[in-house]
Design a protein around this ligand. Structure first.
Ligand code: ADP
Ligand code: MG
Length: 349
C-alpha cells in the first residue's frame, strides 16, 4: 500500500509497516527504486520480528514456546536469523542494564493487554472491549523474565534457548529503532546526503537539512557548518498535536515513548501501551514522555521505553551511563528536563 507522494515528485512515501505509519522523505533524490528498496527492507525486518505476523520468526518461536507449555515438553534450542539474534541480544543487554524495566519477554502481557491489536474507533482513538483481570495479569506476569532467555551461536547458527516454557518474546520496544538504523545504512550506500525517516514517531534525521546558502543561516550556524534538521518534540498533554520543544540535529535519531501514543480508556481511566514488567499494568510513570537522541536508533528506541518505565529520578541517573546520548524528559507536572544544551529550544506550550 502506498499513500502517495507529492505531485509525482518522490519527495516522500508513506506505507503501513511495523504496526505503524512509516514515512520516508528523500526529497529531490527520491527515485521509485530507492523507495522500493527501503520499504522492502522494513518489510523484511517486520517479517522476522513482528508478533502480529503469524509466520514471523518471533511469532513461530512464541508459538513453539506456547506449545511446549501446553504439552509440557522441552523447548529445544530455536534457530533464528542473525538479524533477530542481534536485536534480541541488544534487547537483553538493555534488560540487564535496566534490571528488567525493559524486558523483551513482555510478550504474554502485551498479548493480554491486547496492545498490538486494539480497535480504532470512529474518532481515531483506540478502544478495547476487555480489561484483563488481576488473576490473568498475575498469570501472564509469571512468563515475563528476561533471565529465562539464553542466546548462543555455533559457527553460522544462531540459537535462542527458552529456559521456561511459555515465555513470549516481544520486540515492539526496539525493532523500529533497528529498522531505522538499517535504512540509514542503505542511504549511505546509495550516496544519499539527506533524508528524514519517520517510523511511527521513531525519527532518523539523516544528514543535514541543507547547506548554508544564505547570510541568516551563516550567521546562526557558521559558514563551515550545515543547517540542522529541527525535530519537534510532541506535546504529550494535547495528544501530540502541538510541540513542546524543538531539537536541532544532524545524523541523529530522535525516539519518543509516551503514554499518549497508544492507549484506551475504561471508566475514565487511561490504559497505555508501555507496561511495567513488575506490576503487569501500564506503568505509572511520573514521566509523560521520553525522547532519546542518539546516532544509534536501536539504542534510542530501547532507552526511551526503558526510561519511561523507570520514571524520572532513576532514568536521569541511568542516562549518565551513556556519553553521547541526549534526552528530553517531559514530566507529568509539565516540566521539561534535558541534557541537550543549546540544541534544544523549549517552546511556550
Ligand atoms: P512505540 O512502539 O509506540 O514507539 P515504545 O518504543 O516505547 O513505543 O515501545 C512500546 C512497545 O514496546 C509496546 O507496544 C510493547 O510492544 C513493548 N513494550 C511495552 N512495555 C515494554 C517493556 N517494559 N519492555 C519492553 N518492551 C515493552
Ligand atoms: Mg522504544
Amino acid at each position: 500500500m502506498n499513500y502517495g507522494c507529492k505531485s509525482g515528485k518522490n519527495f516522500s512515501q508513506t506505507r503501513l509497516a511495523l504496526g505503524t505509519v512509516c514515512k520516508i522523505s528523500l526529497y529531490e533524490k527520491g527515485t521509485p527504486e530507492l523507495y522500493e528498496k527501503l520499504f522492502d527492507r522494513i518489510f523484511q525486518i517486520e517479517k522476522l520480528m513482528s508478533t502480529t505476523i503469524d509466520e514471523s520468526e518471533i511469532a513461530r518461536l512464541n508459538s513453539a514456546s506456547h506449545n511446549a507449555f501446553l504439552d509440557n515438553s522441552d523447548v529445544v534450542d530455536f534457530p533464528i536469523s542473525f538479524e533477530t539474534y542481534s536485536v534480541l541480544q541488544e534487547a537483553l543487554n538493555i534488560a540487564k542494564m535496566t534490571q528488567g524495566a525493559f524486558d523483551p519477554t513482555i510478550g504474554s502481557l502485551v498479548k493480554l493487554w491486547n496492545i498490538n491489536s486494539l480497535t480504532i474507533a470512529d474518532d481515531g482513538s483506540y478502544t478495547s472491549e476487555v480489561l484483563p483481570s488481576e488473576t490473568q495479569i498475575k498469570t501472564a506476569k509469571n512468563f515475563v523474565d528476561y533471565t529465562t532467555i539464553d542466546l548462543h551461536s555455533r559457527e553460522d547458527v544462531y540459537l535462542v534457548t527458552l529456559k521456561k516454557r511459555g515465555v513470549q518474546l516481544e520486540l515492539g520496544g526496539i525493532a523500529k529503532g533497528y529498522a531505522a538504523d538499517e535504512l540509514v545504512k542503505i542511504l549511505r550506500e546509495s550516496g544519499i546526503e539527506k533524508a528524514l525517516i519517520d517510523l511511527g514517531g521513531n525519527i532518523y534525521a539523516y544528514g543535514a537539512k541543507s547547506d548554508i546558502t544564505n547570510f541568516e543561516d551563516a550567521a546562526e550556524f557558521g559558514t563551515e557548518n550545515r543547517v540542522p534538521w529541527k525535530i519537534g518534540i510532541k506535546n504529550p498533554f494535547d495528544g501530540g498535536k502541538g510541540a513542546v520543544a524543538v531539537v536541532s540535529c544532524i545524523d541523529k535519531s530522535v525516539v519518543t515513548s509516551g503514554a499518549y501514543e497508544r492507549y484506551f480508556m475504561v471508566d475514565d481511566k487511561r490504559y497505555h501501551h508501555i507496561l511495567d514488567p513488575k506490576s503487569g499494568y501500564p506503568c505509572q510513570s511520573d514521566l509523560e514522555s521520553v525522547s532519546i537522541i542518539s546516532e544509534n536508533s536501536m539504542l534510542a528506541d530501547s532507552l526511551s521505553t526503558s526510561c519511561f518505565v523507570m520514571g524520572f529520578e532513576k532514568a536521569r541517573e541511568f542516562m549518565k551511563t551513556f556519553d553521547d546520548v541526549r534526552y528530553v524528559f517531559i514530566k507529568t507536572d509539565g516540566l521539561v528536563e534535558s541534557n541537550c544544551g543549546d540544541e534544544l529550544k523549549i517552546l511556550d506550550y
